[in-house]
Design a protein around this ligand. Structure first.
Ligand code: SF4
Ligand code: SF4
Length: 444
C-alpha cells in the first residue's frame, strides 16, 4: 500500500466543498485566527457606488466569506456593507457565523450574497426553495439580498429553470431580492466550448441576473474587461474576486527558500526552473526599485488599486484572514491607481506574467493529452498556498476525475506551447501536485 496516498486520504477525509468561490488571500502573512486583538482604530470605507440595478450603495471593499466573527464585526464597523457567503462554505457554517453577527448591525444597510452550487443541474424548483430556506435559517435573516448560482461552469446552468423558478418564488415571498451568479471559468474537459467570458456573457444576455461575481485582476483583464463592459451596459452589479495575482511571486520565492532550507532535491528540472525564476526575480527587482516599490505590500496594493480604480467593478471581495490584516486593506478604500503603480504592474506582467495562470482561461487544456483542468488545478493550489486552506484544497484536488498533475512530470509540456501567455505551466502544475497530493514529484 502507498503510505503517502493513505495519509492523503485521511487528511482530506472530512473536508467540505468550501472553496469553490473563495476570494483572495490578504496581504498579511499572519495565518487566520492567529491574532484576536482589534486594532485601536479601524479605518473607514471611503467610497460607495451604485451596485448596478440593485440600486444599493455598495462599499468599494467587500467581505469575502468571513473567517471569523471578530473580522466580520470589525469590517461592518468600518462601513463594509457587502458580505459574500454560500451554503458550501464550511458546510453552512459560514452562513451561521454571519447570522451570529448580523443582529448587532442594521440589516437594511448590509447586502448579503449567498450562493448554491450544483455539479450538474438543480433538481427542482422545490429543492431550490428548500436550499434557500436553509440559507435564510442559517443566516437568521428574513431575506437574502441576492441568491446566486455558485461557480457556474457552463452556459446551460445559466438557464437552469429549476434555479430561476425557485429564486422567483422566494422573491415573490419577499425572501430574496436579486438573482446572481459567480464564475471562475470552466474546465475544458467538462465543456470544451465554454469559458469564463462565454458563461458570463450568457448570464448578461439572459437578462435575469442582477449581480455577477467574477475573477478579475491586472493579468486576466484582457479576458475579463469585456464582461465588465457588458455588465455596465446592462446595469448589472459586479463583484470582483481573485483581484490579486501578485502573491504567486511571493509564494514561489518562499517555496524556493523552503526547499533549500529543507535540503530537498526535487530533481534537475526543478532547479532549472528555479534558476529561471531567480533570474527573472533579479531583473524585476531593479524595476521595482525604479518605480519606488520596495515591499511586496506595495505591489499588492497596486494590484488591489488596479481593480478599485475601475468604475465598472463595484465591490472587490477580499478575504481578510485576521484583525491585523484589516487596516492595510481599508486604507486603499477610495483610492485610485497612480501612474507609477500602473507602470509597475505592467513590468510585473512582463517579467512574472509567465508565473500567472490567467483565471478564467482554459486555452491550453485541449492541447493536453489527458485534458487536465490546468486552470482549476492552479486555482486549488492558490487556495493551498495563498489562503493556507490546505485540507480543503486537497479535497477539491482529489475530486478531479481521471488523471491528476502527477502525469506532468513525464510530459513534454504541450500545454506550455499552447499557452498564449507563455506560462510555465508544467513547472507550476508539478508544484501544485506536490502541494495538493503530498506526493514528491520531480521533473523529467
Ligand atoms: S504538462 Fe503535459 S500532462 Fe501536464 S497539463 Fe501540460 S500537457 Fe497536460
Ligand atoms: S496555462 Fe496559460 S493557456 Fe493554460 S489555462 Fe493558464 S493562462 Fe490559460
Amino acid at each position: 500500500m502507498n503510505r503517502k496516498k493513505t495519509n492523503r486520504r485521511n487528511f482530506i477525509k472530512n473536508s467540505s466543498l468550501a472553496l469553490m468561490c473563495a476570494p483572495i488571500l490578504g496581504k498579511s502573512t499572519i495565518l487566520p485566527n492567529q491574532d484576536t486583538k482589534e486594532p485601536q482604530e479601524i479605518l473607514k470605507i471611503k467610497n460607495y457606488s451604485t451596485f448596478g440595478r440593485t440600486g444599493f450603495k455598495v462599499s468599494d471593499i467587500g467581505s469575502g466569506s468571513p473567517r471569523s466573527e471578530a473580522v466580520l464585526r470589525a469590517l461592518l464597523k468600518s462601513g463594509v456593507n457587502y458580505i459574500d457567503t454560500g451554503a458550501d462554505y464550511g458546510n453552512g457554517n459560514n452562513e451561521r457565523l454571519i447570522g451570529r453577527v448580523l443582529p448587532e448591525f442594521d440589516r437594511k444597510k448590509i447586502f448579503i450574497m449567498s450562493k448554491i452550487y450544483t455539479e450538474t443541474n438543480f433538481e427542482s424548483k422545490e429543492k431550490v426553495v428548500e436550499r434557500i430556506r436553509g440559507a435564510l435559517e442559517r443566516l437568521g435573516t428574513d431575506y437574502i439580498d441576492c441568491v446566486g448560482i455558485h461557480s457556474a461552469e457552463n452556459t446551460r446552468i445559466i438557464k437552469d429553470e429549476a434555479f430561476h423558478a425557485g429564486v422567483e418564488q422566494m422573491k415573490a415571498e419577499g425572501r430574496v431580492k436579486f438573482t446572481g451568479v459567480s464564475c471562475h471559468g470552466n474546465s475544458w474537459y467538462m465543456a470544451p466550448e465554454e469559458s469564463l467570458d462565454k458563461v458570463l456573457m450568457a448570464a448578461v444576455d439572459d437578462g435575469r441576473f442582477d449581480v455577477i461575481q467574477m475573477a478579475y485582476n491586472f493579468v486576466n483583464a484582457p479576458i475579463a474587461d469585456k464582461i465588465l463592459a457588458a455588465c455596465e451596459e446592462k446595469n448589472i452589479g459586479t463583484i470582483i474576486i481573485k483581484s490579486n495575482p501578485v502573491v504567486i511571486y511571493n509564494i514561489l520565492d518562499k517555496y524556493v527558500k523552503n526547499l533549500e532550507d529543507q535540503e530537498k532535491d526535487p530533481g534537475e528540472g526543478y532547479y532549472a526552473y528555479r534558476d529561471r525564476y531567480k533570474e527573472r526575480a533579479g531583473k524585476a527587482k531593479s524595476y521595482f526599485e525604479k518605480y519606488g516599490m520596495t515591499t511586496e505590500e506595495e505591489l499588492i496594493d497596486a494590484a488591489t488599486l488596479f481593480v478599485l480604480s475601475n468604475p465598472q467593478a463595484h465591490t472587490v471581495c477580499l478575504d481578510i484572514p485576521n484583525l491585523t490584516a484589516i487596516n492595510p486593506y481599508l486604507k486603499l478604500s477610495g483610492q485610485i491607481l497612480q501612474p507609477t503603480q500602473a507602470s509597475l504592474l505592467e513590468k510585473y506582467t512582463e517579467h512574472f506574467g509567465t508565473l500567472n495562470c490567467r483565471i478564467g482561461c482554459n486555452e491550453c487544456e485541449k492541447a493536453c493529452p489527458h485534458h487536465l483542468p490546468v486552470n482549476t488545478i492552479m486555482r486549488y493550489n492558490y487556495y493551498f498556498q495563498n489562503k493556507k486552506l490546505e485540507k480543503e484544497a486537497m479535497q477539491l484536488y482529489a475530486k478531479i476525475p481521471g488523471k491528476n498533475a502527477d502525469v506532468c512530470k513525464e510530459c513534454q509540456g504541450y500545454c506550455e506551447e499552447a499557452c498564449p501567455y507563455d506560462v510555465s505551466t508544467r513547472s507550476l502544475l508539478s508544484i501544485a501536485h506536490q502541494n495538493l497530493s503530498l506526493d514528491q514529484v520531480s521533473f523529467a
